[in-house]
Design a protein around this ligand. Structure first.
Ligand SMILES: Cc1cc2nc3c(=O)[nH]c(=O)nc-3n(C[C@H](O)[C@H](O)[C@H](O)COP(=O)(O)OP(=O)(O)OC[C@H]3O[C@@H](n4cnc5c(N)ncnc54)[C@H](O)[C@@H]3O)c2cc1C
Length: 430
């Protein structure tokens, strides 16, 4: 039976970050990862927001396997066949390190290597089967028939997190708060991607968030440009997928068949397909983050921020893990790993910009359950644009007339529109 200061379950962004920081502080750390290597079991769009990584691993992009610097961000409404985009391009001449595209199969091993270089032991290929709990206190884990004891266990096992529930330390998470993510990696020549995404070089990339043309389910699509691949997928609320009676791959096929998407992926070869559940996140769903002998970080704690424009799980995971590591290091100094000794985790997490962003966008969640946002408005917006841009035999319409006519076509009452505008305002604007 081995004994460590810290046992970490999972070598995703949360687990690897906690391992790096705790090992750097001189604690003995072991990370147990069920994948054959870190990242091999992970599904993600792969867009990372750099700020928190840069705080922990200064200038990480010089060394880490990032794909492209994301200089273009677009939100695209997909009508039946047309598309309307809100398109932002960062200044081309300056370096932009706001966001990068990454492939988790390369990026997670890099993060784990940073933890190893700091002195943590990373053990891939082992699954933690259960937590060891004695007198209500977590004292270690059981993995592959072995027991590893620890002063504190960092639970960073991602969305499908079961260990704390199994041990009776938390309630079951509601399936209503879970989405399914379906993702493909599509290979294309590097120069084709650079041209199609209107980039000046292969170092630059773009990220598209797409709403509509996903079988009416509550969710959206994404397309991110990597160096010579695209990460493409749909994230949709599970109960909405169930209600639609469609299989996830059918929703993805419908999304890919839209002309806007089809143009971007034309000629590409699907080299990877994967699917995974992902929490919908939300400020109102942040759980108790610590207890006697344990802390929980990242997706295992349902931490994620979706504000329609951005889906942030990885930087949220890293920020929570950094806050957890700070509390663990302090607890080690005091020799107190009880819930009281680890309580500063919450305080440190609340001080992060990630937490404040989650708070700022806390009203976005009702909007993400508004069916009209996914099934009616994308097509209505495109129809209004068609009225604005088309020159036809019949006389043209001014904006308000086009809006009223298209509302009628799409069965949207003024009252519903007013309610939805208010919801959008509360969620993302005001
Ligand atoms: C389709 C999709 C697209 C997404 N796009 C983005 C995006 O573009 N940007 C973004 O920031 N976020 C995105 N997310 C969310 C993001 O992937 C997660 O929020 C993030 O990976 C959470 O990191 P984590 O370290 O908490 O958990 P994970 O990355 O899930 O890591 C958990 C690790 O624990 C391991 N593990 C699990 N159980 C055990 C066990 N019992 N024993 C040992 N090891 C175990 C797993 O193998 C895994 O390596 C997306 C998610 C999906 C599904």
């Amino acid at each position: 039976m081995d004994e460590f200061d810290v046992v970490i379950v999972g070598a995703g962004p949360a687990g690897a970050t906690a391992a790096y920081l705790c090992a750097n502080a001189g604690l003995s750390v072991v990370v147990i990862e069920r994948g054959q290597q870190p990242g091999s079991k992970n599904v993600s769009g792969g867009l990372i927001y750099a700020q928190i990584y840069d705080e922990i691993f200064p200038n990480f992009w010089k060394d880490a396997p990032v794909e492209r610097t994301i200089t273009g961000h677009s939100v695209v409404f997909l009508g039946d066949t047309a598309a309307t985009a809100l398109d932002y391009r960062a200044e081309a001449s300056a370096p932009h390190y706001n966001a990068f595209s990454v492939l988790r199969a390369k990026f997670d091993p890099w993060l784990a290597a940073q933890a190893e270089a700091a002195g943590a032991m990373v053990m891939p290929g082992f699954t933690v089967d259960e937590l060891i709990v004695e007198n209500g206190r977590v004292c270690g884990v059981k993995a592959g028939g072995d027991e590893l004891r620890a002063q504190v266990v960092v639970v960073a096992e991602g969305t499908r997190s079961q260990l704390l529930k199994q041990a009776g330390l938390r309630e079951a998470y509601s399936p209503k708060d879970v989405s399914i993510g379906i993702k493909e990696i599509i290979q294309l020549p590097e120069q084709t991607i650079t041209d199609r995404f209107q980039c000046l070089s292969a170092d630059e990339g773009a990220a598209y968030t797409l709403v509509g043309h996903t079988g009416g389910v509550q969710g959206g699509g994404f397309i991110y440009s990597n160096r010579d691949t695209l990460s493409l997928g749909v994230v949709a609320k599970i109960d909405s997928v169930y209600k639609s009676k469609k299989q996830p791959h059918e929703i993805l096929d419908e999304f890919k068949s839209h002309p806007f998407v089809a143009r971007l992926i034309h000629g590409g070869e699907v080299v990877e397909y994967s699917a995974q559940t992902v929490h919908r996140g939300g400020f109102h769903l942040i759980p108790q983050l610590y207890g006697d002998g344990y802390v929980v970080a990242g997706s295992a704690a349902r931490l994620l921020l979706n504000n329609v424009m951005t889906l942030r799980g990885m930087d949220v995971a890293v920020a929570s893990a950094a806050a957890a590591a700070k509390a663990v290091i302090e607890a080690s100094g005091k020799g107190d790993f009880s819930a009281a000794g680890l309580a500063s985790y919450e305080e440190y997490f609340k001080a992060t910009s990630v937490y404040k962003d989650m708070q700022t966008f806390k009203n976005v969640y009702p909007l993400l359950e508004n069916d009209r946002l996914f099934s009616t408005y994308p097509d209505m917006v495109c129809a209004i644009m068609e009225d604005m841009f088309s020159v036809q035999l019949q006389p043209g319409k001014k904006g308000y007339r086009a809006l009223r006519d298209r509302m009628k076509d799409h069965d949207v009452s003024l009252l519903n529109l007013a309610k939805d505008v208010y919801q959008i305002g509360r969620g993302v604007a005001l």
